[in-house]
Structures are given as structure tokens and as C-alpha cells.
Design a protein around this ligand. Structure first.
Ligand code: BDR
Ligand code: CA
Length: 312
């Protein structure tokens, strides 16, 4: 078994939390650290939530770093309307006691990429791309050392969830997204087009709750909270587990289907700032820069998630 070394860059967020638990439960993945960014809620809360999740998973040894508290060039937009005031509403968990690692998240990303052999570390951003772009700006030499970036962000057929045209992670920091999408690093993109297909139906969450572990109980409560927003908005049966798609792709890419296409980030649109302009139909001659995922075997995804959560 080849173990994939990853850094998860995150703004937890209930779906971020499920992604982190899925990674920590999977022996094929070595999480080198969590880097926190402002996004769903301000940085102090995303940091606190990341520590809480590590302790829930019994991984108080894992280094957790605080990163950028605001986007590169814009004012922070948050999503308490989806994730609640704490960002991790749904179940009361103990205040974390494990220490935060010293130093800035971007420096941890830089140091790790310089230390590890080139082409062996995958970056998994599941929040706004500020920390990744900050690291690339500060240390352009690391860009060529990244194996791949597998990220949750963007939308094409589903268009936007924070504006009519833009998905939240890209909208919050489009300049950072632009740096990442132009970096030349191989990208795998999980847009809303695929994440809206992995819905937390009652039966799927009941199967997780039946595991009866503290982690499973937390996942069931978080998704219960998080669901109400999408049920009201889309009339769907449950909520999309956006961020865990990133980890599921690393574990079982055969569950997903997409196309190698060109994706540009809209930076100046009057109504479309933060839109991922995806050339799905290849109507331009712009070179492909991303594997843009559109389809998933949702039952296979939940079977994987449930089996892994059982190990925590
Ligand atoms: C993305 O935005 C956040 O609210 C979620 O955690 C996910 O990363 C979905 O648009
Ligand atoms: Ca997220």
C-alpha cells in the first residue's frame, strides 16, 4: 500500500470536519498537518474547530496551524447562515486542550514541501485558497514540488451557492483561486456539480449513527444541523457533503468521473466575481488546467465513508 502524504487546508465547517475524520480514519493517507484559514467562520473559530476535530479523532498529536485571517485582497465573507455561529454547530463537544502548532500555516506548507521529496505531497484545500496562494507567493520554488492539488471549490452546471454565479470557497478569495488555477500544479476540482450529488439521506446517516461511536454520533449531529439549510433552499432530501469528496477521490478515484478542461476564475465580473468559468464543452483553445469532476457513485461514496468512520 502506498501511503499518500497530504496537508488539509481547511475552514471547519461540518463538512470539513467529516473530510478530516475520513482522512484520519484511512491508512492509505498520512495527514502531515491541518492548516486553518478564515472562511465559513473567522480564523479563531476555524482553528478552534480543527483542534476539536483532532481531539474527537484521538489525534491530539497532529500539528494544527493558524493561517490567513482574511483573503488576499478582499474583506472576508463568512457562512454562519449555513454552518451556525460556531461553524461547527450540531453537537456540544469539549473545549479543545491540545496546543496549536507555532508558526504560520503558509510557512508550514512551505517548509513541508521543501523538506519532503519533490512530487510526494498532495495539498487538499477545502476552504478559500488564501493559505495556498500565500505560500506560493512567498516561496515560488515550492510550486513545482507539489504532487497535486485536490480541492473543493467552484461550480459550473450548478452555478453558485453564495451568489447566483459563484461557489463559496472561490468567491471568498478569487485572487487566491486565480493564483492556484494558474500555478501549473495538476488540479483535481470537486465543484458543486459533483458535491450536490452526495446527499445525506436519512438512510445514509442512520447507517453512520448506528456505528455508535463518538465520531459517528458527531457526524450524524453535524449533518443534521447542516442539512436544514440545503433542504430549505434546494428542497433536497439532505445536504451535500462537499469537502469529503476531496478525500474520497484520493481513496477511490474510480468513484468519480470528470474531464480535463480549462477553468478560469472570474475576478472582475459585475455579477459573476468568483465564478469558475469551466470550458466543459471545450469551445476555446485554452489549455486544460484541471480535472473537473462532475459525477460520482454516491452510494459507493457513503459506503466508503461509513466503513472508514467505523475505524475511528
Ligand atoms: C464549501 O463552502 C463551505 O461552506 C463548505 O465547507 C465547502 O467547503 C461549499 O461551497
Ligand atoms: Ca470547507
Amino acid at each position: 500500500m502506498t501511503v499518500q502524504k497530504i496537508i488539509i487546508d481547511t475552514d471547519p465547517g461540518q463538512d470539513d470536519a467529516v473530510a478530516i475524520l475520513l482522512a484520519l480514519a484511512s491508512p492509505e493517507i498520512e495527514v502531515l498537518g491541518l492548516t486553518c484559514v478564515a472562511g465559513n467562520v473567522p480564523l479563531p473559530l476555524t482553528v478552534k474547530n480543527a483542534l476539536t476535530i483532532c481531539e474527537l479523532a484521538g489525534r491530539s498529536d497532529l500539528p494544527v496551524y493558524a493561517g490567513c485571517e482574511s483573503p488576499l485582497e478582499r474583506t472576508l465573507v463568512t457562512a454562519e447562515h449555513v454552518h451556525g455561529k460556531t461553524g461547527l454547530d450540531g453537537i456540544a463537544l469539549p473545549e479543545p486542550t491540545m496546543p496549536l502548532a507555532g508558526g504560520h500555516a503558509a510557512d508550514f506548507i512551505i517548509d513541508t514541501l521543501r523538506r519532503e521529496p519533490a512530487g510526494t505531497v498532495t495539498l487538499c484545500p477545502i476552504g478559500p485558497l488564501t493559505n495556498i496562494a500565500a505560500a506560493f507567493r512567498r516561496a515560488p520554488d515550492i510550486v513545482a514540488r507539489v504532487k497535486r492539488i485536490v480541492l473543493m471549490g467552484g461550480a459550473y452546471f450548478e452555478v453558485g451557492n453564495i451568489t447566483p454565479a459563484a461557489e463559496f470557497n472561490i468567491y471568498v478569495d478569487p485572487e487566491a483561486a486565480d493564483i492556484v488555477f494558474r500555478s501549473g500544479v495538476p488540479l483535481v476540482v470537486m465543484p458543486l456539480d459533483v458535491t450536490h450529488k452526495v446527499l445525506t439521506t436519512r438512510a445514509r446517516i442512520a447507517a453512520i449513527a448506528a456505528l455508535g461511536t463518538p465520531a459517528a454520533e458527531a457526524v450524524a449531529s453535524w449533518t443534521g444541523f447542516f442539512e436544514r439549510f440545503d433542504k430549505e433552499k434546494y428542497g433536497s432530501e439532505g445536504a451535500p457533503l462537499h469537502d469529503p469528496c476531496v478525500i474520497a477521490w484520493l481513496l477511490k478515484p474510480e468513484l468519480f468521473e470528470g474531464r480535463e478542461i480549462n477553468v478560469e476564475i472570474e475576478l472582475e465580473g459585475t455579477y459573476t466575481t468568483g465564478m469558475t468559468v469551466a470550458d466543459w464543452w471545450r469551445v476555446t483553445d485554452r489549455a486544460p488546467n484541471a480535472l473537473f469532476i462532475r459525477d460520482v457513485d454516491a452510494d459507493g461514496f457513503y459506503a466508503l465513508l461509513t466503513e472508514r468512520l467505523a475505524r475511528l
